[in-house]
Design a protein around this ligand. Structure first.
Ligand SMILES: [Zn+2]
Length: 1042
């Protein structure tokens, strides 16, 4: 039974084990640490952009002997050997001196091209290369793919960063390219900009910037105006500045945590101490909570109970915590974990074969967000955790950190609760009552005055661009939204256009009209009169409006077909460097001139193959430039509007590493493709007016014993775990992978905290903090019961994108399948007491095979289709950058029957009644010719109308007399004065309103060309190249029962 397109899966040997388990066998805590070493190693291949440094990370690609054992690069950050640095939280003294000399990563300078050490062969079945893509159930081929949690480009295995003076993480990503490029000027560049601050002998080089800022302070080398040298000396490098309230207290004990400075007296306050205790006594109660959800304890035979899809949107599992704790917990839409019950040890995690990681949507638009303006931001003196609902108060004057367990003082100011205006109840402060909170940051959190909002637009005006007519839409959108751009009186704006030359526009206040300046030397771009090119929006608004009105007409006669995108980006970068800001680039073709020029490399006849496709960048130009941008607080958003192959794999790097976003409008044309025009307009409106944070950094902390290693999303990893985000937007999602470094047997709760420090468009420095608390469990059954199948699928998708790029698409597909086989095998053999025939799964994972099958059929990973390469790459970008909720919708769309919508079960929002039809399985079995069905696939809505659809729906909703009169291309529903029309439109509008992008609606008849797309999303059905859900289950069962 050979099924093309189904992953070869050699069996249950694999995956999660390798990543989690094998690493400890290799004995070294540092996986990908070699960042800076990589910087010096000369063999690293540079050819493929962001993944290049990863090429070596596949054990089976690396002869073991080429690695120096000293480097100790294991394949996982999960080693049980604790590195010296990982102990920093326990050993206070580590905080006081740069432990650089003993930096364990240094030896790996000698390692070869690979930053990682191969697994022992016995544990690495992947060592044998095998033909990929073949489907040989039953054949005893070696398992082709192990997940390695650290194979990622943005891997960071150094256990914790904030305490680590050597800035390893940053180099992690990129250094190989710098190295092999041999471009010393570039290295200098980077060093100058402060990104790379460590030299190998352990001395501290340049520390600029925001690396330590989120830590709350500044370094002696940073801006002197902001700091007191004595102070920073006494607090030490990794013990950043203290809030004012702390500054006169005794320095923290160097002998460890838990010992408060003896000089402090704890005056008892007037209020009785009533904090809800978090801890053992409550845990006992919470454990018994398991029995409260009998459904969750069910074991399901998927071969018998095939329809496990709930008819309402799947809710994330609720962590098994005492309700007093859970009610304070972070909203899962913002912050969730793949396992809501954290395994006590890495060994237990290895047994479960499930990935451990976090999915974040940290800057999501929130209706309610408590903002604290207090001058004192209370943080742990040891690990810099922000005080949060899950700390414990020993008494009114002392609180114990829930991440490192240090006992801290409650500063005097914190004794007063501004909400109740009562003194002596620190535990009732908003900081301790809200898992999501925002602080106004005092000046210690700034290295320079907050930057003004700066918006630079870079437009392709070549012949091809003019043909699409996009400039009209964009300029009109800008005109419409000019006053809504987030900002203040300091907002600056500028424009660059380019074809074979670069055009600047002087918008100096007082000019009667904008002045165009053409720079034709694209080899060495200079900026003519830079002071007049980025201008104050308020002062030059009329000139800006003038320009936007004339721009679309200026190039209508152009015959210039060349595109000097690279030089234009360089010019834009130079222009923005002094301030930072947001660069919005509109491109309509493959760049052909100057630096960054690209060649077509898509081979259409290979589109359907899982092999030999170009998922990696063909040049590192865009990545390098993105890193320069990141260093200067510039983010680049790319709008690609192209009907032709434009090598998004290469171009996308400019956004990926500068924390920008990518938008893609294939075949955009103002006349031929009106729905794309509509989509662009809607999305531009959101883009231009949504909240924006500038010069941001994000750090994720977790309870001692856990270790964060690999990061997914658009950013640059600076100083091991600090994500550099020149811009942050409310529509971006992130994921991280974790391991259990040290046993958690002594703790019952663990916490995760993300802190996002940014400059608002009003020029305020703010910190948004989310804290998530989860229970620790000791049995495999509990781990399985708490599994969050959506989060797991989302994390696996992120990992699979990386695997596709570093290895191959078929390898990634295999790994996805093996993830299911491995976890269900583990469940069967270790957690299931009663062995029965069938495919037995815990209730929590009942949708796991379905979601993985859906991923295999998702545009990113599908085979056997004629998807354009750029579309696939874009889908992969989306996987990495979208919040989980949208990723799931793209992967497993929601299907509703809509020809019989009723108000039964409807919800009422702002006086509108929104019908809530049940969600149907994605199978043609669920369709009927006498109905109409709406598929919500995230970025697209498809309304399939059956040939015998009731007359009522046709006339009352579609406004046509009969089926044959439905227009061939229908992308809008008429607003008819009928209840049916109102319901349908209300439902569709409601779906659209819930997402930041604009899904196009297609009404589909049987003859419609879109019908194939509709059917392609029928995940449960068999296609030419992919198994049906039932066949997939049989395959999984066969492997699990082996
Ligand atoms: Zn702490």
């Amino acid at each position: 039974m050979s099924q093309p397109g189904i992953p070869a899966s050699g069996g249950a040997s694999t995956g999660l084990q390798a990543q989690n388990g094998a690493a400890s066998a290799s004995g070294s805590p540092y996986t990908n640490g070699p960042v800076q070493n990589a910087l010096l190693s000369s063999q690293v291949s540079v050819s493929q952009g962001y993944n290049s440094q990863l090429t070596g990370s596949y054990p089976h690609l690396i002869p073991a002997k080429t690695l120096n054992p000293v480097s100790g690069q294991s394949n996982s950050g999960s080693s049980q050997t604790v590195s010296p640095l990982s102990n920093y939280q326990r050993h206070g003294q580590a905080l006081y001196g740069p432990p650089v000399a003993s930096h364990p990563v240094t030896p790996s300078l000698h390692s070869g091209p690979s930053p990682q050490m191969p697994l022992p062969t016995s544990q690495n079945p992947a060592a044998t290369p095998m033909p990929s893509g073949s489907f040989l159930p039953g054949a005893s081929v070696p398992s082709p793919s192990n997940w390695q949690y650290n194979y990622l480009s943005q891997t960071n295995h150094c256990p914790r960063a904030s305490s680590q003076p050597t800035m390893t993480g940053n180099t992690n990503l990129m250094s190989p390219q710098y190295v092999s490029s041999g471009d010393t000027s570039l290295q200098n560049n980077i060093i100058k900009s402060g990104i790379i601050s460590n030299t190998n002998n352990g001395s501290m080089a340049v520390h600029n910037s925001y690396d330590e800022i989120e830590g709350g302070g500044f370094l002696a080398t940073s801006q002197p105006t902001h700091k007191n040298p004595t102070m920073s000396r006494s607090v030490g490098y990794s013990y950043p500045s203290l809030p004012p309230g702390y500054q006169n207290t005794t320095p923290p004990s160097t002998t460890g945590t838990g010992i408060p400075p003896s000089s402090l007296n704890y005056a008892s306050g007037p209020q009785a101490f009533t904090q809800t205790p978090l801890g053992a006594n409550h845990l006992t109660a919470s454990m018994s909570g398991l029995s409260l959800h009998p459904e969750g304890l069910r074991v399901i035979n998927l071969l018998q109970e095939r329809n496990m899809l709930p008819s309402t949107p799947l809710q994330p599992p609720v962590p098994n915590l005492h309700e007093d704790i859970q009610k304070l917990n972070c909203n899962p839409e913002l912050f969730r974990c793949t396992l809501t019950s954290i395994p006590q040890t890495q060994a237990l995690l290895n047994k479960a074969k499930l990935p451990l990681g976090l999915l974040l949507h940290p800057f999501k638009d929130l209706v309610q967000l408590p903002v604290v303006t207090s001058s004192t931001i209370v943080r742990c003196r040891s690990c810099r955790t922000y005080i949060n609902p899950f700390v414990s108060f020993l008494d009114q004057r002392r609180w114990k950190c829930n991440l490192c367990y240090r006992i801290n003082d409650v500063p005097e100011e914190f004794m007063y609760n501004p909400l109740t205006r009562v003194y002596g109840e620190p535990h009732r402060r908003p900081e301790v009552q809200n898992a999501t909170i925002e602080f106004m940051a005092p000046s210690e959190y700034m290295l320079r005055p907050p930057q003004p909002p700066v918006y630079l637009f870079v437009f392709d005006v070549s012949h091809n661009a003019v043909e699409t007519g996009y400039l009209n839409s964009v300029c009109q959108s800008l005109l419409d939204n000019l006053d809504l751009l987030p900002g203040n009186t300091r907002t600056k704006i500028g424009f660059i256009t380019f074809d074979s030359t670069i055009h600047f526009y002087s918008l100096q206040e007082g000019l009667s009209q904008p002045q165009m300046l053409i720079v034709s030397d694209i080899e060495d771009v200079f900026i003519p009169m830079p002071e007049n090119l980025l201008v104050n929006l308020n002062e030059s608004k009329e000139l800006v409006q003038d320009l936007l009105k004339t721009l679309p007409q200026m190039f209508t006669k152009t015959l210039e077909t060349q595109s000097a995108l690279g030089p234009a980006l360089q010019a834009a970068f130079k222009l923005m460097s002094p301030t930072g800001g947001r660069m919005s680039v509109f491109q309509t073709q493959l760049p052909t001139l100057g630096v960054g020029a690209l060649k077509p490399r898509e081979e259409p006849n290979q589109r359907s193959s899982a092999k030999e496709i170009h998922l990696t960048p063909s040049t590192d130009f865009y990545k390098k430039l993105a890193l320069d941008c990141s260093g200067q607080q510039v983010a680049v958003d790319l709008f690609l509007l192209s009907g032709q192959y434009s090598d998004l794999a290469s171009l996308g790097c400019i956004s990926r590493y500068s924390a920008g976003s990518v938008y893609y409008y294939p075949s955009y044309h103002h006349q031929h493709n009106p729905v794309q025009v509509q989509k662009l307009q809607k999305e531009l409106q959101r883009y231009l007016t949504r909240k924006i944070g500038f010069e941001a950094v994000m750090r994720i902390r977790c309870t001692k014993g856990l270790s964060i290693h690999t990061f997914h999303g658009n950013f640059f990893v600076r100083s091991t775990d600090l994500l550099s985000l020149p811009n942050v937007n409310p529509d971006a999602g992130y994921a991280v992978q974790m391991s259990v470094e040290e046993s958690l047997t002594d703790t019952q709760l663990v916490s995760f905290q993300s802190a996002l420090l940014y400059t608002s468009s009003k020029g305020e420095r703010r910190i948004r903090v989310h804290t998530l608390c989860l229970p620790v469990v000791s049995t495999l059954n509990e781990v399985f019961l708490g599994a969050d199948v959506q989060a797991i699928s989302g994390l696996l998708a992120n990992m699979a994108v990386d695997r596709s790029v570093t290895a191959s698409l078929s390898d990634a597909r295999d790994a996805l399948v093996n993830a299911v086989i491995d976890s269900l095998s583990a469940y069967r053999s270790s957690a299931l007491s009663n062995q029965q025939p069938g495919l037995m799964v815990p209730f929590s994972l009942r949708l796991f095979p379905l979601f993985v099958l859906a991923l295999l059929k998702q545009k990113s990973f599908q085979t056997g289709t004629n998807a354009r390469l750029d579309e696939r790459i874009f889908a992969m970008c989306q996987v990495k950058n979208q919040p989980l909720v949208y990723l799931m919708l793209t992967t497993h769309p929601n299907l509703y029957r809509v020809d019989n919508l009723s108000d039964e079960g409807a919800v009422s929002i702002n006086d509108r009644t929104i019908p809530q039809p049940p969600i149907l399985q994605l199978s043609v079995e669920k369709l009927s010719r006498d109905g109409a069905f709406l598929m919500d696939a995230g970025s697209v809505l498809m309304l399939w109308v059956g040939r015998n659809c009731g007359q009522n729906f046709l006339s009352q909703v579609l406004g046509v007399e009969n089926y044959t009169l439905i227009p061939q291309t229908m992308t809008d529903l008429p607003e008819l004065d009928t209840p049916e029309s109102a319901r349908t439109i209300a439902f569709i509008s409601w779906l659209r309103e819930q997402r930041p992008f604009y899904p196009i609606l297609y009404v589909i008849r049987d003859e419609s060309p879109m019908k194939a797309n509709f059917l392609q999303n029928m995940v449960e059905d068999r296609t030419e190249s992919a198994l049906s859900y039932y066949e997939f289950l049989l395959h999984i069962q066969q492997q699990v029962n082996k």
